[in-house]
Design a protein around this ligand. Structure first.
Ligand code: ZN
Length: 305
């Protein structure tokens, strides 16, 4: 980890501890327990320690973990929302989830939704990780992942294709098809789609969006024999064209990364989630999970910015 990142994590930790001590966190916890509020949290590739500590803390504070199916039933008014409802999801299909997250979910009987990027499962590596592992194969002006995320889909595709055709062997960081099949049989796990190739959807044509949403659903259903009705937007990015396609494909819920609380009357096709910083401290991430981090940073930036 580089020096700048380390400083960021330590600063985050100190700020979070200050928030906790000043009573911010307990006020936020009260907000999570208001009627109709659903705390919604998204991980990617957390450590066992971070995931475990968060589960233990939230359980101790009386939160009720709900699955994606329960969330769909709550949003459609079929069942009542329990006080302190919390929904945990994990994006991409990281192989580490098998050893670091799922044993904790099993031990504490916590339902989790794992959003799978099917193309990465077949190929073994996520595209941004390939770019990071083989920068020499990428034009210098496109080596920055955030820059690449802003390019038209054709440009991103060409960059990834060039790496794929170079005969290099990226690390397998995604689960295998067999591992996806295996976790789909666990009672704690529900699977959702996360597109086939993890494009940034606003950079795609409508036809590309249709293909991505249909292909990932079809592959997951073929692999697991289960119906796939939940979706998470790659990078949390969307521009609204997705909704019609999601409905046509039979999806019932789509999750964003808008840093807000979910509510029983939230739009099920744009359901917000608080993003966890996988390499951050427990203190900071509890603040992320309860939605007090982003408003505070905004305020600090206003004062010092
Ligand atoms: Zn993702």
């Amino acid at each position: 980890m580089n020096f700048k990142r380390r400083i960021r994590i330590i600063t985050g930790y100190i700020l979070a501890e200050a928030l906790i001590l000043s009573g911010y966190l307990s006020r936020a916890r009260k907000k999570s327990f208001k009627p109709g509020v659903i705390t919604s949290v998204a991980f990617h590739n957390p450590s066992e320690k971070l995931f475990g500590e968060m589960v233990v803390w939230l359980r101790k504070k009386g939160f009720t973990f709900i699955s994606a199916s329960q969330l769909i039933d709550i949003l459609s008014g079929k069942v009542e929302c329990p006080r302190g409802a919390i929904w945990f999801s994990l994006d991409d299909g990281w192989r580490n989830n098998l050893t670091k997250v799922l044993p904790v979910a099993v031990e504490y009987e916590i339902p989790v939704t794992v959003f799978i990027c099917t193309g990465a499962i077949e190929g073994g590596a996520f595209w941004w990780r390939k770019v990071m592992q083989f920068p020499d194969l990428v034009p210098p002006e496109l080596r920055n992942i955030n820059t690449l995320k802003k390019q038209p889909e054709e440009v991103r595709k060409q960059v990834v294709q060039h790496i794929d055709e170079a005969g290099v062997s990226p690390l397998r960081e995604a689960m295998t098809v067999d591992e996806v099949k295996k976790i789909s049989e666990m009672t704690q796990v529900e699977l959702g789609a996360h597109t086939d190739t993890h494009p940034i959807l606003p950079n795609c044509s409508e036809q590309q969006i249709e293909e991505e949403l249909a292909t990932s659903k079809r592959k997951l259903e073929e692999w697991t024999g289960k119906s796939i009705t939940v979706f998470a937007y790659p990078n949390g990015s969307y521009d609204g064209r997705e909704r019609r396609i999601l409905e046509a494909e039979g999806y019932k819920l789509a999750a964003t990364t808008e840093d807000e609380y979910g509510r029983i009357n939230s739009n099920p096709y744009f359901f917000p989630r608080h993003i966890i910083m996988d390499d951050g401290s427990f203190a900071e991430n509890i603040c992320h999970a309860l939605g007090i981090w982003a408003p505070l940073i905004k305020r600090i930036k206003r004062i010092f910015g």
